[in-house]
Design a protein around this ligand. Sequence first.
Ligand code: NAD
Ligand code: ISE
Length: 339
Amino acid sequence: MTQRGTLGVAVIGTGRMGADHVRRISEVISGARVAAVVDVDAERAKNVASGVEGCTAYTEPDAAMAAADVDAVLIASPGPAHESALLAAFERDLPLLCEKPLTPDAASALRVLEAEQRLGHRRVQVGFMRRYDAEYVKLKALLDSGQLGRPLMLHNRHRNASSPPGFTDAMLINDSVVHEMDVTRWLLGQEITAVTVLRPTPSDVAPEGLADPQFVVLETDGGALVDVEIFVNCGFGYQVQAEAVCERGTARIGDGHAMVTNAAGRWGGTIAQDFVERFEEAYDREVQAWVDATRRGEVTGPSIWDGYAAAAVCEAGVRAQTEGRRTEVELIERPALYR
Ligand code: NAD
Ligand code: ISE
C-alpha cells in the first residue's frame, strides 16, 4: 500500500466485467487505484491501462502480482482461469476478490479451499454480488427477523435478454444459476442437498444446441423447496426476481418498480437490459466493501467455502441436467476456518 494507504489493485481479465471493475475502482469507489491490468489479449490490456494513470499492462498474472505497487488482486478472467490465478496470489499472500464462479467445478474449488486453509487465514472474497444488492439485503433482514416465520419455499426467476455466443447447457447452471445457488444458501442459512433440472420444449429462438429455458428445483437441509426459472434468451431484458413464501406471509423482490409512468392511456416502466445495469450499485458496494475490509486487514463477504459449496451444487445440477434425474449434492464437512 502507498503511504496514504491507497490499495494498489491488479485486475486480471479486462473483458466485460474486468473493464467495468477498472472503471469502478478508478472513478466510483474510494481507497483503491488500479495499479495493473492483466489480459492474455495484450492489446486489450494495453487499451484499458491507457485510460488509467499509473497503470501497467501485463499478459501474465504472476508478473503483475510481483509488481511493487500491487497490494491486492481482483480476478475477472473466465472461470477456468481462476484457480491458477488464486494459487499464484496465495504464493504471495495477497488479498483477492474473485468473480464468480470461484472455479468451474467442485474438485478445483476444493483444491483452492485447501490451499487457503494451508495459508491459515482467509484471503478471498468471492464475487457473489447479489449479497450486496439493496433488495436482497432487505429480504435477508426480513427473513432473519423471523417476522414471517420459517421460509418454506423460494421462487426465483433469472432472465437474460440473450446469451453470449457459445453458451452451453452446463453454463446455464455454472455461470447463471450459480447466483441462485449462492443466494439460496445465504438467504435461508441452509445448505442445498439435492438438485433436479426439468426442461420444457425449448424456445424456438434459443440458440442451436441450448435448451432454453430450464427449471431447476433445489432441496435444502432445512426442508425448504426452491425453484429457479432460468431463461437466458427471453429477449425483452434482464430480470432477477425472488419470492420467499413463509409460514406467515410472503416477500418478493426484483419487480423493478422504481418508477411507474402513466401516459397516453397506459402505465408502465422500463426493464434493465443487462446485469451491469441491474446490479450496478451492488457491484459498487461489493468492491467498496472488499477494499475497505482489505485496508483494515480483514476479509469479509462470501468466502471460499461459499464458492466451493456453490460449485458442489452446480456439479450436482449439471449431472441432474445430463442424467435427467434428482441428484444429491456431495459436500465435505465445513472446515473450522469457515465456521
Ligand atoms: P469476458 O470474456 O468479457 O472477459 C474475460 C477476459 O479475460 C477477456 O478479455 C480474456 O481475454 C481474458 N482472459 C482469458 N483468459 C485469461 C487468463 N488466463 N488470464 C488473464 N486474462 C484472461 O468475460 P466476463 O463476462 O467479463 O466474465 C469474467 C468473469 O466475471 C467470469 O468469472 C464471469 O463468470 C464473471 N461474471 C460475473 C458477473 C456477475 O454478475 N457477477 C457477470 C458476468 C460475468
Ligand atoms: C453472467 O455470467 C452473470 O454472472 C450474470 O449475473 C448472469 O445473469 C448471467 O446469466 C451470466 O451469464
